[in-house]
Design a protein around this ligand. Structure first.
Ligand SMILES: [Zn+2]
Length: 329
């Protein structure tokens, strides 16, 4: 038990934990001490000290002090045992997040090493290097992520639990362009788009996250909603900064709530496919959004088109703007 607790405290340093909880401290001296307002009692002058080397805190205001577990007991009003359980969960979350971030960095590095990935992007009209970087677009060649992450000390068990590696022990994503899916700015999943003959697209197991780039889009009084990442990219390239993407026509409850978080107009710009499924989905969604007081308009692309093909086949921003203006309520 004692050893496990030491390991837990090493994995999750007190200062890191406090910063995750939005505590801000400044160096108190040349040494390893930081000082800031006490999270345990209300005060205006900082008297809460953290020693980053010893992993201990002490508050001169309320007289409380101790290690990370003591801090969780006091701040969350938990017993010792409950605090340990809570911290074990936090630590697993931190690992999970870290490994997804590492995977994303790896995928992004691969993009320049595989000309076939670049060619596919070009074919889909994706050109802007700044946007590729902003959306953290990468490439999963397959057969190399597992080795890369194991060499960085992540366990095979963790890689399996994240879904990055399948139960047979192989990279789950191969020959796919990869887009990270985020929730509250943290990567929670990857969307992989096949550049070959494999099944067109897939996610890793788990939630698909927020509407794409929602933090930068939510400020706009009207937003353009598309279903595919390549639709989003061409719209952003064409100057439509208020475009976001739900990664499929079925919105999760969280994504739906995001669209409803204030009064706004939503331009639903789903595919106009032969079987009509895109437009049916748009109609059903419009109905649900209107029930929440959101204004909806259905953008009617020429038959057989999605926003991506519209721009790739020569459509320009002015023409798309006309479609927005003509969109029926
Ligand atoms: Zn205090």
């Amino acid at each position: 038990m004692g050893e496990d607790l030491e390991k837990l405290k090493q994995q999750l340093p007190l200062l890191d934990y406090l910063r995750c909880q939005n505590w801000t401290g400044r160096p108190a001296s040349q040494g390893p001490e930081f000082v800031g307002l006490c999270p345990l009692h209300s005060e205006t002058r900082p008297s809460f000290y953290v020693n980053a080397r010893k992993n201990l805190f002490y508050c001169h205001g309320c007289g409380q002090g101790g290690d990370l577990i003591r801090f969780v007991e006091l701040s969350q009003h938990l017993s010792f045992r409950q605090s340990v359980t809570y911290l074990e969960q936090q630590s697993a979350l931190v690992d999970h997040e870290a490994v997804l971030r590492q995977a994303s960095a790896f995928y992004q590095q691969q993009l320049d090493r595989y000309p076939e990935a670049r060619r596919y992007l070009e074919r889909r009209g994706v050109r802007d290097p700044a946007l590729i970087q902003e959306l953290q677009i990468g490439y999963a060649p397959g057969g190399s992520l597992r080795r890369h992450l194991l060499a960085r000390g992540y366990s095979l068990d963790l890689l399996r639990r994240t879904g990055l590696v399948n139960p047979q022990g192989r990279d789950a994503l191969y020959q796919r362009l990869v887009f990270p899916c985020c929730q509250d700015s943290r990567i929670v999943n990857f969307y992989g788009r096949s550049i070959g003959t494999g099944f067109a697209h897939r996610f890793l197991p788990g939630a698909k996250g927020d509407l794409v780039a929602w933090e930068s889009v939510r400020q706009f009084p009207s937003v353009i909603l598309v279903e595919g990442m390549f639709d989003l990219v061409v719209l952003r390239q064409a100057g439509f900064r208020n475009a976001t993407c739900s990664l499929g026509t079925h919105l999760t409850a969280d994504q739906f709530q995001q669209l409803c978080d204030r009064p706004r107009t939503v331009y639903l710009t789903f595919d106009v496919d032969a079987n009509g499924s895109g437009q049916q989905a748009a109609q059903a969604l419009a109905h649900r959004l209107r029930a929440q007081g959101i204004t909806t308009r259905r953008v009617l692309l020429p038959p057989g088109h999605d926003p991506n093909s519209f721009f790739v086949q020569g459509g320009d921003p002015r023409q798309f703007q006309s479609l927005l203006e003509a969109a029926p309520l």
